[in-house]
Ligand binder design. Structure first.
Ligand code: ADQ
Length: 448
């Protein structure tokens, strides 16, 4: 079998396992176990200048090849254009998007540097798979260097309607760059329709035909086993004891403004204000590890959330009950799986999300005989696969409160039937299927 080359902004460190292993590494595990592979991308380290020669090392059949980013490139490429311009635009948040020509130039420079460093390491029959919004121009840069290999691209975040995307300066250049890829994967049919429309409007009709939806999933069975096993762990037992039989609502997200956390906290506040019977009978745990803490908007969000926690606990807490428990430290995956299993409600209300794997993990963690209820934003890509969830508009705190009340008072028969409606696709459309489907189209593409 030929070699698979994965290109992503961040390369996982094979020495780190469990909670610190990146989501992408988990999703690709199966594909990487079955063939020789290379991971290529940023090392996560910042140096004076962006490196030109990658540092390589091997672990089993996987070669890791990484570059340090120069300080200025990190600021322009990563903080600037990728996180400051593209991330908000792709999540429909034009008002938060900031553009500067210097950032845009840095983005192009790093993509070109990645391609220049990778090209000499490539073999003629490699399949190359680039991931996410950091790498729109990467395939085009490889083509400029004469690379003829199959190159695929997968966008993990949403793609908005073309009119919105094209408000971003230089958007047409990004679309033209995408045309260099043999397969352009997105999460949902809506994203695919938006991207096709944008490509056609930009005169890239041929590339539009190469856009396909590949909804990403999780391997459900190992997560279910993790959740079952977690129930016997000391951390889980201590947590259960601390709840004193109160119903648990759980939220698990990176601390990011796309995840709708202030609106969610407000919705929980509305539950306690309007549905008084739940007071002192419910506990909401929100785990939200800090991400991109060096970007101003993320620091502002953190302050806003601190205020919400103070407001809700200040208004409703009793000497023996804190309605909202909030932590910005990461929780290890096996422990989190146990907390999810214990929770009567999984609360997942992003304002926009490419997919949202937490929603699928919550379903996988449930006890099928006595499952909890998923309250899910209608703007998460996962909606299409989770027909049993209670859908909410994440911008309407009253709707969140009403859904929480419905979930907390739902009888077991309805909970089971809603759970089964969600579990079908969570079990069937896992990470393995996602890899297989994408690579099937990519590797079939040039064989025709
Ligand atoms: P993310 O925005 O990071 O990913 P998501 O899919 O929800 O969002 O989470 C990815 C993984 O991180 C999950 O496995 C989850 O358990 C873990 N995680 C999240 N919060 C955590 C926490 N508090 N503690 C421990 N682990 C946590 C991007 C896109 C998504 C898309 C994924 C995959 O934004 O829409 O689903 O890529 O394509």
């Amino acid at each position: 079998m030929n070699r698979l080359v994965i290109v992503a902004n961040r390369v996982p460190n094979p020495r780190e396992r469990g909670a610190t292993a990146g989501g992408l590494a988990v999703a690709l595990k199966d594909a990487l176990a079955r063939r020789e592979a290379m991971w290529f991308g940023w090392s996560g380290q910042i140096a004076e200048q962006t490196a030109t020669d990658p540092t390589e090392f091997k672990a089993g059949r996987i070669t890791y090849a990484t570059l340090d980013l120069g300080r200025e490139d990190y600021r322009r490429f990563y903080q600037g254009f990728a996180n400051g311009s593209l991330w908000p635009t792709l999540h429909y948040r034009l008002g938060l998007s900031q553009f500067s020509r210097e950032d845009h130039a840095g983005y192009g420079r790093v993509n070109a540097a990645f391609a220049t460093a990778l090209a000499p390491l490539l073999r003629p029959d490699d399949s190359i798979w680039a991931h996410d919004f950091h790498l729109f121009p990467f395939g085009a840069e490889l083509r400029r260097l004469g690379c003829k290999q199959r190159i695929g691209f997968f966008l993990h975040v949403p793609f908005p309607p073309g009119g919105l995307f094209c408000a971003l300066p230089r958007a047409e250049e990004l679309l033209a760059d995408l045309a260099a890829y043999d397969v352009i994967g997105v999460q949902t049919e809506d994203d695919a329709a938006n991207l096709r429309g944008a490509l056609i409007a930009a005169g890239q009709a041929e590339a539009a035909a190469r856009v396909h939806a590949f909804p990403i999933g999780i391997e459900a069975e190992p997560f279910t086993i993790l959740a079952e096993k977690a129930l016997t762990k000391r951390e889980t037992e201590r947590f259960r004891t601390s709840l004193v039989d109160r119903a648990l609502i759980i939220g698990v997200d990176r601390l990011d403004y796309t995840k709708g956390l202030p609106q969610r906290f407000c919705g929980y506040g509305q539950l306690l204000a309007r549905f008084k019977g739940h007071r002192s009978k419910v506990t909401y745990l929100q785990v939200a590890p800090v991400s991109r803490g060096d970007v101003a908007q993320y620091r502002a969000l953190r302050r806003e959330l601190d205020e919400w926690v103070g407001r809700i606990n200040g208004a409703y807490a009793e000497p023996d009950w804190a309605p909202l428990r909030y932590m910005t430290r990461a929780v290890a995956r096996p422990v989190l799986a146990g907390f999810m299993r214990m929770a009567r409600v999984g609360l997942v209300t992003p304002l926009r999300d490419g997919m949202n794997l937490v929603a699928k993990e919550y379903i996988a963690a449930q006890n099928p005989d006595d499952p909890g209820v998923l309250v899910l934003s209608r703007f998460a890509g996962a909606v299409a696969q989770l027909p049993g969830a209670l859908l909410v508009n994440p911008l309407d705190p009253d709707e969140i409160a009403e859904a929480l009340d419905q979930a907390l008072t739902m009888n077991r028969g309805e909970r089971r039937s809603r759970f089964e409606d969600c579990a079908v696709s969570v079990r069937r459309d896992g990470a393995k299927a996602w890899c297989r489907d994408f690579l099937g189209v990519l590797e079939g593409a040039n064989d025709a």
